[in-house]
Design a protein around this ligand. Structure first.
Ligand code: 8X3
Length: 249
């Protein structure tokens, strides 16, 4: 029997890399897609998967991913995404906003569109889009990112409607505070002190493995079970703005 095939975008670090590992442990052959070849090649070697260099914002690059995947695909995890900046609207940087829309919405669309025929061909495909609690609320300084992640959520809902008669499930996993090596660091342009401040005093933020575990659970339900959305936050985060922090940490 051929193994089930999964594609994970943004697999070079954080939630994407952890998800590739979790799916491989579940028996999937995993195509690790991301821009950084060295990282995904090391990951693919570790988990017995395949590395495909792919920039989800490039139609040409995504076409290369689809060619590498071939005619049949069981699971697509649209994880590539990210936040750039935390400026109020009055000081917004249009380039940062474009990059966020590009990767969190257009990238997800391009990869989904390119791989959809293969997901249908599997007879029981599943798409898991990695959204965010930022796709459910607004917060000061976050408009570029929250707008993009609301986009991720709504594209997910639309796709589920459009595929209602097809053998493909469409799901969203929406994490809150997850401490990864790169999310906050990227948002703050490499400013480690600002990145660390996001998690200051939070004893146990989520880690990438927690979210990968949730994604893998969503992706491995029986074919008639569609988990529309799963919001996952650390216990210390009752809401986006209500985080239990212990001072002096
Ligand atoms: C990450 C959650 O609160 O930093 O997607 O926007 S938040």
């Amino acid at each position: 029997m051929t193994s089930r095939l999964a594609v994970v975008t943004g697999a070079s670090s954080g939630i994407g890399a952890a998800t590739a590992r979790h799916l491989a442990r579940e028996g999937f052959e995993v195509v690790c897609a991301a821009r950084r070849a060295d990282r995904i090649e090391a990951l693919a070697a570790e988990i017995g998967g395949r590395a495909v260099v792919c920039d989800v914002t490039s139609a040409e690059s995504v076409a290369g991913l689809a060619a590498a995947v071939g005619p049949r695909l069981d699971v697509l995890v649209n994880n590539a995404g990210g936040a750039f900046g935390l400026s109020p609207v009055a000081e917004a940087d249009a380039d940062e906003w474009r990059r966020m829309y590009d990767v969190n919405v257009l990238g997800l669309m391009q990869v989904t569109k390119a791989l959809l025929p293969a997901l249908v061909a599997s007879g029981a495909g599943v798409i898991v889009n990695v959204g965010s609690t930022a796709g459910r609320i607004a917060y000061e300084g976050g408009a570029g990112y929250t707008a993009a992640k609301h986009g991720t959520k709504v594209v997910t809902e639309t796709l589920r409607l459009e595929l209602f008669d097809q053998p493909v499930r469409v799901c969203e996993v929406a994490p809150g505070m997850v401490r990864t090596d790169e999310f906050a660091l990227t948002r703050f342009g490499g400013d480690q002190a600002r990145a660390d401040a996001v998690y200051a005093g939070v004893a146990e933020p989520l880690v990438a493995d927690d979210v990968a575990d949730a994604i893998t659970w969503v992706a491995t339900r029986p074919p008639h079970v569609n988990i529309d959305e799963l919001v996952i936050k650390p216990r210390a985060q009752a809401a986006a703005h209500k985080v239990h922090r212990v001072s002096g940490d």
